[in-house]
Design a protein around this ligand. Structure first.
Ligand SMILES: Nc1nc2c(c(=O)[nH]1)N[C@H]1C(S)=C(S)[C@@H](COP(=O)(O)O)O[C@H]1N2
Ligand SMILES: [Mo]
Length: 154
């Protein structure tokens, strides 16, 4: 009976996706690699408004949910003031570099995973996620790197 119940719950979880793995991200500091796996569930997330400018469409007002990048660094004991710049790499080969100064500005650089209440889809699923960097003081969004998977401190 118990075994049947377990199998039943497992099936429901698989179908509804509640057992879906959380996306991960790697942070590199020297020759150390930190794999961040439960960013979405464990860190302090915030929502904020932004205007999205995607080529070929009109600007749209949206709400993003994510964590301030400095929070992520704090959570893995990285002191960014020890570094000059941070490199972000995306699955499609896109790369951006931010100064640590820019990242340290309050309420500026966020690692987002939700837009208007919906989890960001991967590139394969036609989205901009699973993670995207949003820089609130970069209104033209060229540096809002989509599909980011690697962050390197230099
Ligand atoms: N991974 C990735 N992020 C990216 C880009 C890209 O090609 N790949 N393009 C950038 C540019 S130039 C802009 S304007 C915004 C919006 O891109 P979109 O016009 O393709 O929506 O995303 C930025 N982030
Ligand atoms: Mo662009």
């Amino acid at each position: 009976m118990f075994k049947k119940l377990c199998i039943f719950i497992l099936c429901i979880c698989t179908i509804t996706g509640c057992s879906k793995e959380q996306p991960s991200l790697v942070v590199k500091e020297g020759d150390k690699e930190i794999i961040c796996t439960d960013i979405v569930s464990t860190l302090n997330s915030v929502t904020f408004p932004a205007v999205v400018r995607s080529s070929g469409s009109k600007p749209v007002e949206t709400e993003y949910k994510g964590i301030e990048l400095t929070e992520l660094f704090n959570s893995i004991d990285i002191t960014i003031s020890n570094y000059e710049k941070v490199v972000f790499n995306a699955y499609d080969g896109y790369r951006i570099i931010l100064t640590t100064e820019e990242i340290s500005e309050p309420s500026n650089v966020y690692l987002v995973f939700e837009r208007d209440g919906e989890i960001l889809k991967s590139k394969k699923e036609g989205g901009t996620g699973p993670f995207q960097i949003v820089i609130r003081r970069d209104p033209f969004s060229q540096r809002w790197i989509k599909h980011v998977f690697e962050i390197i401190l230099e």
